[in-house]
Ligand binder design. Structure first.
Ligand SMILES: [Zn+2]
Length: 116
């Protein structure tokens, strides 16, 4: 039994309803338990595009990080189809602005009491 047989179909091949070959390029990144993640990613990118993107990265660790990022981006996009990750960025930007205002107020208060 080869690796593909031992680990079963990867999520990509399961989704595409095809046999998972031993040299399946996405098997290590989308094992069968990552079916939902792959579904989300495939709504944004074609399988060939995902493979092309992976081929632009040299080492395996960076490939894994790239896939992790694609999964996160796709998950956020499925939860917020209109704005995607921009909605989170805007929310965080507002939080930063509020916190900066708070820090400024604390500094001014501290300065005031130092002068007493
Ligand atoms: Zn596969």
């Amino acid at each position: 039994m080869n690796d593909a047989g031992a680990r079963g179909k990867c999520a990509t091949c399961k989704y595409q309803r095809k046999r998972c070959q031993e040299n399946c390029p996405l098997a290590q990144f989308f094992p069968s338990n990552k079916f939902e993640d792959f579904q989300n990613v495939s709504r944004l990118y074609k399988v060939s595009t995902i493979i092309e993107m992976l081929n632009t990265v040299a080492d395996n660790e960076k490939m894994a990080k790239m896939v992790e990022t694609l999964i996160l981006e796709a998950k956020i996009r499925s939860e917020n189809p209109v704005y995607g990750s921009i909605a989170i960025q805007n929310k965080l930007k507002l939080q930063i602005e509020e916190t900066m205002k708070e820090i400024d107020l604390v500094r001014k208060t501290t300065d005031y009491f130092k002068e007493l």
